[in-house]
Design a binder for this molecule. Structure first.
Ligand code: SF4
Length: 413
């Protein structure tokens, strides 16, 4: 396997804007100040300031480890599989419902194996009930969110992987307060369990009345909630292994339906590629040139556009999975036609058929620099990518009305 890191694969420096009439808006925070490091650059936090983690939960462990733990507590090992079925297939934490367990042992087993992880603080519904945003309080008071969305034939859950985020992107509400802590694997998985329970209880609307097939549980996961998933790598991978393991070890989901999205932590992208899991991988690029991306995505200071694209290409080579490039179109900031050309050039320099681009329309926000590109500008951006042979799909941005769109999640009570 050849890594595309040679000069031959790098796009040549681009001439830059050719249409001088288009202004260039520079990224800046609005109403808050980015924390900076000693050198005055936006602070990047890779290590979690809060080390505490919740008690070990069944979902942190493999089935073999659960059996060993249950046996260590003096119960028959097969109780671990029964508890796992309740958790991963019935989505229940209630000992009273676990009638296949001896009445005298239920409570003790549940206390030992299923410590409470998420307390619901609030839920908001929108899209006529097809979208629910959950706000969860963790055992130490940290707050995280997940957003559940029904589409015809599938149900997607946008999950959080960290409380807060250390990547400090100037447009993002989550990054403002910095990183609080990494979520445990079970805290990530439990967001899915809780969403599945809500669906099973008929709390997610949007069922089709035309007899079409409606998913009865979460079918798709996107790691686009709070946090940079690759900054919490080990727990992320444990959570993903639980999601894809067949029941009762896990949720029995398809790896292809799990999307890991990153702002570009290059060594972790390469590690993910080597995991031998056909996950869907998305790189939140948002700019093809380092001049803009250094300001837009502070981690670009560490790993440049070309390095991130080389790592994304490596992901494709290792997994055969087509990579998604996420590109939020921001008026007069990153939506210039020359940037579409430069993006296409950089992607094509690394081969054909390995990538597609998802431009993300923002909501119009009058008075803010972080506002939607104009319709014609969006169309032209897409047209140029397509003309260069790059498959491009304008993304659905469900959940915006409740401020639950990706990168905008701000947990506050
Ligand atoms: S956009 Fe993503 S990576 Fe950047 S601060 Fe927000 S949550 Fe973190």
């Amino acid at each position: 396997m050849t890594e595309h890191t040679t000069a031959a694969h790098r796009a040549r420096p681009h001439a830059g804007p050719t249409n001088a009439s288009r202004p260039q808006v520079r990224p800046a925070t609005e109403g808050w100040t980015q924390q900076t490091d000693a050198g005055g650059r936006p602070l990047l936090q890779f290590a979690s300031p809060r080390r505490t983690q919740p008690e070990t939960h069944l979902a942190d462990l493999t089935l073999a480890e659960r059996k060993a733990k249950v046996a260590g507590l003096g119960f028959p090992a097969f109780r671990a599989a029964q508890l796992s079925t309740h958790y991963f297939e019935h989505y229940t934490l209630d000992p009273e419902q676990m009638t296949d367990l001896p009445a005298g042992q239920r409570r003790q087993l549940v206390e030992a194996m299923l410590p409470p992880l998420l307390t619901e603080v609030r839920r908001l519904r929108t899209d006529g009930g097809d979208t629910i945003k959950f706000l969860w309080k963790l055992f130490d008071g940290a707050l995280v969110e997940s957003v559940l969305m029904r589409y015809p034939g599938r149900v997607t859950l946008c999950v959080s992987s960290q409380a807060g985020c250390g990547m400090n992107c100037p447009f993002c509400a989550t990054g403002q307060a910095g990183l609080t802590r990494n979520l445990s694997a079970a805290e990530i998985v439990d967001q899915v369990r809780a969403a599945n329970l809500a669906i099973a209880n008929g709390e997610l609307g949007g069922l089709r009345r035309d007899g079409g097939h409606d998913a009865e549980r979460v079918t798709n996961i996107v790691f686009m909630g709070m946090g940079e998933p690759l900054a919490n790598y080990k727990r992320l991978m444990t959570a993903i292994r639980r999601m894809v393991a067949p029941a009762p070890e896990g949720l029995g989901m398809s790896a292809r339906h799990i999307t890991v999205s990153t702002v570009g932590l290059v060594p972790a992208i390469r590690k993910l590629a080597d995991e031998d899991l056909p996950l869907t991988f998305a790189l939140s690029l948002h700019a093809p040139d380092d001049t803009l991306r250094d300001e837009l995505i502070p981690v670009n200071d560490r790993w440049k556009v070309d390095e991130a694209l080389d790592a994304a290409r490596y992901y494709f080579e290792k997994t055969g999975r087509r990579v998604s490039i996420e590109y939020a179109l921001i008026k007069d900031m990153n939506d210039h036609a020359w940037r579409a050309d430069l993006l296409a050039e950089k992607l094509n320099a690394r081969g054909r058929g390995w990538v597609h681009v998802n431009p993300i329309p923002l909501n119009p926000t009058p008075g803010s620099i972080w506002t939607a590109s104009e319709r014609e500008v969006t169309d032209e951006f897409i047209r140029r990518l397509e003309a260069a042979g790059i498959p491009t799909t304008l993304r659905d941005t469900r959940g915006k009305e409740i401020d639950g769109a990706c990168g905008q999640l701000a947990a506050a009570e």
